[in-house]
Design a binder for this molecule. Structure first.
Ligand SMILES: [Zn+2]
Ligand SMILES: [Zn+2]
Length: 140
């Protein structure tokens, strides 16, 4: 099974397509996701890296994730939209920011991460499994 997801940044300079089967939909309340999203959490779709293609110039920012892995964030240098992330913790996957999807309705949240770090004014999705941290990537 596969789901083709297309999307891009706010100004349209960056476009992407994911043709693989999405791995998991995750809402992350960690402090890094608060910072780059500019709000309470990031809404992410994790997809296979091998089926992901992107066009347009991207800027990057590297940091250590809450789980200790090396992460790179990719964002549009023109409009600043977060586009995706890629990390050493799960190099076979890329983490798409769902707000950029042409059809955000393809997203389904399955897990909420770092829920103890959620801001007091933020909501934690009751329909998801809650994790105090980052669960290890599933090996199929
Ligand atoms: Zn842009
Ligand atoms: Zn996070």
């Amino acid at each position: 099974m596969s789901t083709t997801i297309t999307g891009g940044c706010q100004c349209g300079a960056v476009r992407y397509e994911s043709a693989g089967e999405p791995i998991v939909g995750a809402i992350c309340h960690c402090d890094n996701c608060k910072k780059f999203s500019g709000t309470g959490h990031a809404v992410n779709m994790v997809v296979p890296a091998e089926d992901f293609t992107v066009t347009g110039a991207l800027s990057t920012y590297s940091y250590k994730s809450e789980a200790g892995s090396d992460m790179v964030r990719y964002f549009c240098p023109v409009c600043g939209s977060p586009v995706y992330g890629h990390g050493s913790g799960n190099p076979a996957a890329v983490v798409l920011r769902v707000g950029g999807f042409d059809d955000p309705g393809v997203f389904e949240a399955r897990v909420s991460l770092f829920t103890p770090l959620a801001a007091p004014w933020d909501m934690i999705d009751a329909g998801t499994a809650h994790f105090d941290a980052m669960p290890p990537p599933k090996k199929e």
